[in-house]
Write a protein that binds this ligand. Structure first.
Ligand code: URP
Ligand code: ZN
Ligand code: ZN
Ligand code: ZN
Length: 477
């Protein structure tokens, strides 16, 4: 009998805190030891020259998400979306379970379990999107679901089928405070966007490029400030997600400097795409491919986002993977979308590219350390969303979710390398340095140099603990 199931030998381990040469011993799906001369193993992986990092945790992905009737459906379900995740070195995704208006929350969540069960290549959990905060949802369903491990919500300040008014936001915040749940807030002002959209359309400015002009940074900043103010009033922590540039970043920094528990997330598109990419149907061919919300801004915004990353304003770096097909009448080029940007489905794929792009622009170009990379792509997601200390580090007791990373390998991102079901990548042609070469889930090799070895159903649902970052402040607890 060997001492261990698996030994990863000769690599450089990286955690959010440390970088150290060590072998990693795995038994029963967990890391049981790190160090030298640990013992014998049934299988040995040679990791010399490689970084050994905790598998990525992407706390913001949309898979198999219900779209409004008559609108294009999402390109990735759990099978293809999580296949793409493991190929990119990500071993846990937190996806969204949407409550369609008028529906119960628990029945909505169960519908998403039905879509994920037996399909997922990686571990997964659900945030609850609350679109209809009825007394029953707030008083009964949410407290019960939080107790069952759905410990985070998302609320929207825009989108016809999801927007909450200020009173509803306050009620959800109050409920989250009571339950100890963490609320993610999509900060863009609904009325401001409608006003701008109608004005642009009247002027005949309907190409995808104007999606960006319909929701400029001031729209995001105003909503961020409003969300922060409401959270302060209620005394509840919030996470402002998918921050696109300086304006919203500075609101979060201001709140943090006041001592408020306001957290921030940013995403790949805000360090790698710009509004210019959205020059759409009537300007060049491909603009709709890049339509997402908040929209990509400009290169000065990339710098602002890096300022926020390096300054600790942002805790998590996510993909906001929200894929739609490009080709076909059910895709981003659907016939209605050609009449106005307002009908281009919002969202882009990217779960596979998140760590590649962030490593390349972050670590390889010298903007952040290896340890910051691990914190922002894995550890902090586990901590914020109640998965720590099971996920998010290389240490005894943690799940053996590991990515072996070649810091020197250069690749050009292209659709031909992707494992998602979407028919394009918005990062096509982007040259990166640093690449995932092997992904392990629970000690099993699930992806080896782009070759998928795992199976649908390898990944399991993760009920989550309360976030230590949620709940009321000590002052009023
Ligand atoms: O455009 C985007 N990001 N669509 C996904 C939905 C959301 O708001 O996160
Ligand atoms: Zn959002
Ligand atoms: Zn999203
Ligand atoms: Zn199973």
């Amino acid at each position: 009998m060997a001492d261990f199931d698996l030994l990863i030998r000769g690599g450089t381990c990286v955690t959010a805190a440390d970088t150290f040469r060590a072998d990693v011993a795995i038994r029963g799906g967990r890391i049981v030891a790190t160090g030298e001369n640990l013992g014998s193993a049934d299988k040995v992986i040679d990791a010399s020259g490689m970084l050994v990092m905790p598998g990525g945790i992407d706390s913001h992905v949309h898979l198999a998400q219900h779209s409004a009737p008559g609108t294009p459906q999402m390109a990735d379900g759990f099978e293809s979306g999580t296949r793409s995740a493991i190929a990119g070195g990500t071993t846990t995704v937190l996806s969204f379970a949407v409550q369609p208006r008028g529906a119960g929350l628990r029945e909505s969540v169960m519908a998403y379990h039905g879509k994920a069960e037996g399909q997922s290549f990686c571990d997964y959990g659900f945030h609850l999107i609350i679109t209809d905060p009825s007394p029953n949802v707030l008083g009964q369903e949410l407290p019960s679901l939080v107790g069952d491990g759905y410990t985070s919500f998302k609320v929207f300040m825009t989108y016809d089928d999801m927007v909450l008014n200020d009173r509803q936001l306050l009620d959800v915040f109050d409920c989250a405070r009571g339950c100890g749940a963490l609320v993610m807030v999509h900060c863009e002002g609904y009325d401001a966007i409608r006003y701008m959209t109608e004005k642009l359309e009247r002027a005949g400015k309907t190409a995808p490029y104007y999606h960006g002009e319909s929701r400029p940074q001031v729209v995001e900043r105003e909503a961020a400030h409003r969300a922060i103010s409401h959270a302060e009033l209620v005394d509840v922590p919030i996470m402002i997600v998918h921050v696109s540039g300086r304006e919203a970043m500075e609101q979060i920094r201001w709140a943090q400097q006041k001592g408020l528990k306001v957290y921030g997330e940013t995403c790949t598109q805000y360090i790698a795409l710009t509004a210019e990419d959205m020059k759409g149907f009537n300007m060049d061919e491909t603009g709709g491919k890049y339509v997402c919300s908040p929209p990509p801004r400009d290169r000065a915004s990339w710098d602002a986002i890096w300022e926020g990353i390096r300054g600790g304003v942002f805790q998590t770096f996510s993909s906001d993977h929200c894929p739609f097909f490009w080709e076909g009448t059910e895709g981003k080029q659907n016939p209605k979308a050609k009449t106005s940007f307002r009908w281009v489905p919002n969202g882009i794929p990217g779960v596979e590219n998140r760590m590649q792009v962030f490593f390349s622009k972050g670590v390889s170009e010298g903007r952040i350390s290896l340890n910051e990379f691990v914190a922002l792509t894995s550890t902090n997601h586990a901590k914020m969303y109640g998965l720590y200390p099971r996920k998010g580090s290389i240490a005894p007791g943690f799940d053996a979710d590991i990515v072996l990373w070649d810091a020197n390998r250069e690749e050009t991102i292209s659709q031909s390398l992707m494992h998602h079901a979407a028919d394009y990548t918005p990062y096509e042609g982007l040259r990166v340095k640093g690449w995932p070469v092997m992904t392990l889930l629970g000690g099993k090799v699930v992806c080896d140099d782009g070759r998928i070895l795992g199976r649908p159903g390898d990944g399991h649902f993760l009920p989550r603990a309360l976030s230590p970052f949620a709940g009321p402040s000590a002052r009023q607890r």
